[in-house]
Design a protein around this ligand. Structure first.
Ligand code: XIL
Length: 493
């Protein structure tokens, strides 16, 4: 039987809903203030940086200095990320455009922003064949080039001495393809393969506190010859006591995300006695599953100490046509953001859903079931919670919508749950099944018998309004928090 009496309250919007306020106090500690009536869950942090900090990791972004005057950009950056990498400003062409003429204006701006916002700062990069001025490329004499390279490292690393968490000392020195060898560059060609060791030794002296990383792309697949080449270099450095502390895996991925061997690669590098970091993460089309899988690979490796996405919004990306980042062009959180946040908060996605089976969705905080109001069979009827009644308007089955998403179909009506818009607080109603993205939900499995349901179109989670425990409380969508009013038990009626 369905509940019979519903006040008009369901249709009214509460005037004010208290949000979970998260204050990042330091980069490693978070205080969560929970409004009365809401249920605190200690493990759920509400920003990427705070969520990563729970396991001692950082979550950073590449920053373009010119965008620091864009308030939407800095709002997201300051709120979400606790590490910053200069996207271009610390590269050789910016810092030493002509010999011994050091220009630090744009790099300083980023370093100052990091300091004033209490963010960690990654250094990128000291020795790289690209974005390298022609005057360096033209050098043919080994002693001259050695002096130039070491002077560059001393000046740049020296300027930020004590401020840099990790330096990408050498970037992209290996060539693609099957050789596993160093690529052609002025450094290799004039100084020989030993230029990498020389650069690391100089960097250690220039900034003894910074972790010194070798950074590259296409070294995520353990089976790639390039990965093996870098592995041999790091193993050799560790064996001979050449100073190296970390390997940066750029993690510029296609739409499928990380290769299947990614976690193995991270673990194998870590086993050499270095940290690993995902230094430039972006994934074409930003599939939530691909992002979550990549992040979980890092979380599963204790020495994977942090993740940086290469930009903030899709409009900031060097791969802008591929929409590979966690925020859209308007600064909204994308579904991949929710997937990453959930992964950092220690939950897994996918879940125990069986297609074609009826479930009751029982809210964890209240013990009440998701319920189509008045057992209406009309399109547009809203979702609420009500005491478990056994009624078929409290039963739903899941239809596979592809790509890891499901439609959620009410048993009594045959209609599916749909969000009205992409706004927090927007209605969730039953509607005729069109398989629109507003009708598709990703299941986040909390691993303790509860799931959260995140809408594909909005990226927002199914949520009992203001964590109310009352019959008739509206179920709408809200920014994913992982709190218990967004967790539902899947009960077989
Ligand atoms: C890219 C920047 O994002 C672009 O703005 C610039 O034009 C080219 O370089 N690997 C790296 C990064 O190590 O420095 C590159 O950044 C992307 C690939």
């Amino acid at each position: 039987m369905s509940p019979q009496i519903h006040s008009a309250r369901w249709w009214r919007r509460p005037v004010l809903r208290c949000a979970i306020v998260s204050l990042a106090v330091t980069s490693t500690m978070t205080v969560v203030l929970t409004p009365p009536g809401a249920v605190a869950t200690a493990e759920a942090a509400s920003t990427l940086g705070a969520a990563a900090a729970q396991s001692g990791r950082y979550f950073g972004a590449a920053v373009a200095g010119g965008k620091l005057s864009d308030s939407q950009y800095t709002t997201i950056l300051n709120r979400e990320f606790n590490s910053i990498t200069a996207e271009n400003e610390m590269k050789w062409d910016h810092t030493e455009p002509s010999r011994n003429n050091f220009t630090f204006g744009s790099a300083d701006r980023i370093a100052n922003h990091a300091r004033s916002q209490n963010k960690q700062l990654r250094g990128h990069t000291l020795v790289w064949h690209s974005q390298l001025p022609d005057w360096v490329k033209a050098i043919r004499d080994a002693n001259t080039l050695r002096g130039v390279m070491n002077n560059h490292i001393n000046q740049v690393a020296g300027r930020y001495r004590g401020q840099i968490h990790s330096w990408d000392v050498v970037n992209e020195a290996f060539e693609d393809g099957g050789s596993g060898a160093l690529r052609q560059s002025v450094f290799r060609d004039v100084l020989g393969n030993g230029f990498i060791e020389e650069a690391f030794r100089t960097a250690r002296t220039a900034d003894p506190a910074a972790k010194l990383c070798y950074n590259d792309y296409n070294i995520e697949d353990w089976n790639a010859a390039k990965t093996q080449g870098v592995y041999r270099l790091v193993r050799d450095f560790k064996a001979r006591g050449v100073p190296i502390d970390c390997v940066g895996l750029q993690a510029h991925f296609g739409s499928g995300g990380a290769p299947g061997t990614f976690q193995t690669t991270l673990a194998n590098f870590a086993a050499l006695g270095v940290d690993v970091q995902l230094t430039e993460l972006d994934i074409a089309q930003a599939s939530p599953n691909a992002y979550a899988g990549t992040v979980r690979a890092c979380l599963n490796v204790p020495r994977c100490t942090g993740i940086t996405t290469w930009g903030v919004r899709d409009s900031d990306s060097w791969r802008g046509g591929e929409n590979p980042l966690l925020f859209d062009r308007s600064g909204n959180k994308k579904p991949a953001y929710e997937a990453v946040l959930a992964a950092l908060n220690g939950v897994s996605t996918g879940g125990p859903i069986q297609v074609g089976v009826n479930y009751r969705l029982v809210a964890q905080h209240s013990g009440k079931a998701a319920d189509i109001a008045n057992a209406s069979t009309s399109a547009g009827a809203g979702l609420q919670q009500w005491a478990v009644s056994g009624g078929s308007n409290q039963q739903f089955d899941f239809l596979d919508a592809g790509g890891g998403y499901y439609r959620i179909r009410a048993r009594h009506s045959g209609l599916v749950l749909q969000v009205a818009s992409s706004s927090s607080g927007a209605d969730v109603t039953q509607q005729a099944d069109t398989n629109a993205t507003a009708q598709q939900w990703r299941v986040t499995d909390h691993g303790n018998g509860t799931v959260s349901l995140v809408n594909r179109q909005s990226g927002l989670a199914l949520d009992v309004w203001a964590a109310s425990a009352a019959d008739g409380a509206r179920i709408s969508q809200w920014t994913y928090t992982g709190n218990s009013n967004q967790r539902f038990q899947l009960q077989r009626p």
